[in-house]
Design a protein around this ligand. Sequence first.
Ligand code: UDP
Length: 255
Amino acid sequence: MSVSIQENEETLKAPKTATVLDYPIRLGKLEDLVHEAFHASPQVGGVHVVTLNPEMIIKGKESPEFGDILKTADFPLPDGAGVIWALKRQGIHQARIPGIEFAAALLERLHQTQCSRGVALLGAKPEVMGLLPMALLKRFPNLSLAFAHDGFFRNEDLVPIVEEMVATNPRVVLVALGVPRQEEWIKAFRTRFSEDTIFVGVGGSFDVWTGQIQRAPKLMQALNLEWLWRFSLEPWRIQRSMQPLLQYVWKVLKS
Ligand code: UDP
């Protein structure tokens, strides 16, 4: 397996990274990475956070375009237990950074700082989006909700939705359209937003925040077994995920 931990000794703020199957992964603690995301000054419009898991890495190997989005994302976070396992094989002990927790920490920060620029929410079923603003405001009363739209829109509404969203000048944009659509959406539209906008593809987070899906019990989370919980709630995922998972394990063992 190729290992690269790059540390710039000139500055403590330099990012720590490793690679898994040629995919860069950011290392560190959730709170430090959230801080960095807010203070990064990207050149190309926005900070794109991707939450990497084995399925995404294999998808990236099958589709170079998607692989490129993952490889060039500003914050590729170690979300999947399989990524943590691959890092451990390199002697790197990194805790999982679940995308849902990273996204919640961004919102917590907007709430705490009473940031006038708010969050834009795109994705999930209309009934979920109907519940989401209240659920978030209950948790983060000072959060400014800049924009909200469900993820089941017509193709011809894609650009008008983006334009409406851009006009609200959000500080954080959370996109829940599923993989790879959410990452492709961010790649396509990030440069339309202010340069300090933070984008996260959050998968099923809106479903969890509105109580439609339960996260795994804390013990399972601590044991990195959240994937097993997800399989038990949504067995259809097993068939979709099994082949990429086996491919991933094989590739990691071989590398
Ligand atoms: N979703 C959406 N529009 C679509 C398809 C999916 O908004 O056309 C939403 C779906 O309702 C869910 C999220 O995208 O809230 C996908 O989450 P999930 O974790 O199931 O997807 P994955 O990332 O595993 O593909």
